[in-house]
Design a protein around this ligand. Sequence first.
Ligand code: ADP
Length: 716
Amino acid sequence: MLATGLGATWYGAAGLRADDATNARRVMDQRTAVARASVIAETGRYLDLLQTVAAGLGAGPDISASGFQAATAPLATSRLTGATGVALVVPADTAEVAAVEAAWRARGAAGLRLSPRPGTTRHLFPVLSRPLNATVPATPGADLAASVEASAALAEGRRTGAPAVSDAYVLLRDRALPPSRQQLSFVFAAPVYAPGDGGAFRGWVVLGLRGQDFLGGVLGDASQGLLAGTLRATDSAGRAVTVAAYQALGRRDLRRQATFPVGDQHWTLVTEADSARLPGARTLLPLTVEVGGAAATVLLAGLMYVLATGRARAQARVRTATAELRQAEAEARRQAGLLSAIMASLGDGVGVIDEQGRYLLHNPAARALLGTDADVDGPDNWQRHYGLFLPDGTTPFPEERMPLVRGLRGESSDGVEMIVRNAGRPEGILLSVDGRPLDASAGQRGAVAVFRDITALRRYENDLAVFAGVVAHDLKAPLSVVRAHCELAIDQLAEAPPSDDVTQAHTALRRILGAADRMAALIDTLLAYTTARDAPLSLTVVPLGPLVADVVRERTEHLRRGTDPSPAIYVGALPAVTGDPAMLRHVVDNLIGNALKYVRPGQDPRVDVTALPAEGDRVRFTVADRGIGIPDDDKPRIFETFHRAHAGKGYAGTGLGLAICRRIVERHGGTVTVEDNPGGGTRFVVSLPAAAADAAGDGEPAAAPLPLPAPEHARA
Ligand code: ADP
């Protein structure tokens, strides 16, 4: 586009320039014609004037000095450019010189002194003269025979009877000038004859013409300084001699040449000029077209460039965005592939549902565990479709307790056990299920469940529990025997006469009895542990008030007999829950027992037992103390079997109590957690299903703060 535009501009400008060139040539032709005409006209005028003077001088009977002056007077006013002067020249022999001098003095040529050129006999003397523009005066009486060119011209004039023009030469009068000021000149000679046919020859009227002055004057007028010119004259030998040159400003790219006759000679005028300076030859139009065209082209090209590159930029942006999109798509595909590969290789079953309970995802392990490939949407269908039961194997699993359903409610649940028994799983398997609300980053609401088969594990644990139960039971019998024998021995010792030996034996027997009691307690705990896991639940309404009051009474009965400072136990209003009374008693007893036990030596235990209704028909039962507290690192682990946070600090225990509590609470579909009691101590929170409203207890506090004696650890 740029090339085309500039090309068109150049083409247009070139056309206009060609027009200009043609114009310039035309102007040059015109100017040259004028210059040539001027030269011809001027030389013609000089010759005519000479002839007129010669005719006038020849017409009279004689030529006198005054007659000459009168005849040549018009020449003085004729503005003869380059003319040095006009003279009457007469020929004489050497012998005639004196006579000629005398004769012309007599005719008025006062003071005429002839200076014949030595070595020649024929002389040519200007006897009368009139200067014209001459800066260097003529040398009066000088012998023109000294110049070959002048002599030849005079001879030719006389021969032909017509004016003749000499070859170019330096005038005699100018020869005294320094060479730089000398210039080639001509003489024009017109013969003078007496009137009548064959009239006597009287001499010549001779005009000197300086070449440079003549050319400068004529060309200066004719060309107004625009033309340079060179005047050449062809001499009698046929050679072209450059007589004069006239300079003008500028280059010389135009040249013209014209040859024309001047008298009996031929002169050549060469003119040169700078086409750019010729008026009318050069216009500003091509330049205007060129500059304007180029500017418009560049402007247009710039516009096109901006448009084209703008489009290119937009395309580049689209390309970049597309590439990024493709990359993101590939990345998303890769992530999806990775996710499904992970899901496929997981041994645990994973199920994800949306907020309507429709399945979004089920991995192969989930299908294998559930024993069916067909999913069914909607939680109300799950129990029947998958055959879901509580761990007792017969009670249909309640929909609201399913981990996915709880996940939709925003709750988390861990280790929820359920039996799956259906056509694909006729033998039934036990699953442990964890449920969570779907993470917000998933971009939609829902729930996720992860479940694993714990049938084999549970079978193994059961075997172990049975074994432990048998062992515990079998250990209790010999322990009772030991205890009975000890008590018998103590009774018998009471009858023996007191002595040191008797005292020592008594002490030893008491120690054996204490150890046997501790061992019996341990065996009871182990049995409670197995019972808590395996004994079937007999659910009923359990009013917590009386239960707690009973535990507190039992825990503090023996303390009342002591003399140590009393613990303070505050029991708030407690509702009824649904559960197994014996097992729940075990939980309450354990928590209150720990609250009384884990206090600093010498410090009064302080326990607050309260309960509040909680979300989802549940009861939040709390046992808070002001004891020694539990380090944060231990909190997550104290519900594990045999984990003790304060082992070796003098607090008796087995590390099984809280493990049993958790097991019991979870079997009731509840949770138990531990946290710091604000203000010091520990707080255990147990969540349990509330009893139906009509079956609940009176809700009155079972006991106001009870004054109690020494803490349990003081005895331990
Ligand atoms: P233990 O028979 O040792 O009491 P538990 O299972 O009942 O076993 O408790 C586990 C551990 O938790 C205890 O060893 C004790 O370190 C810590 N613990 C339990 N209850 C309390 C409490 N109320 N205050 C401080 N520490 C407690």
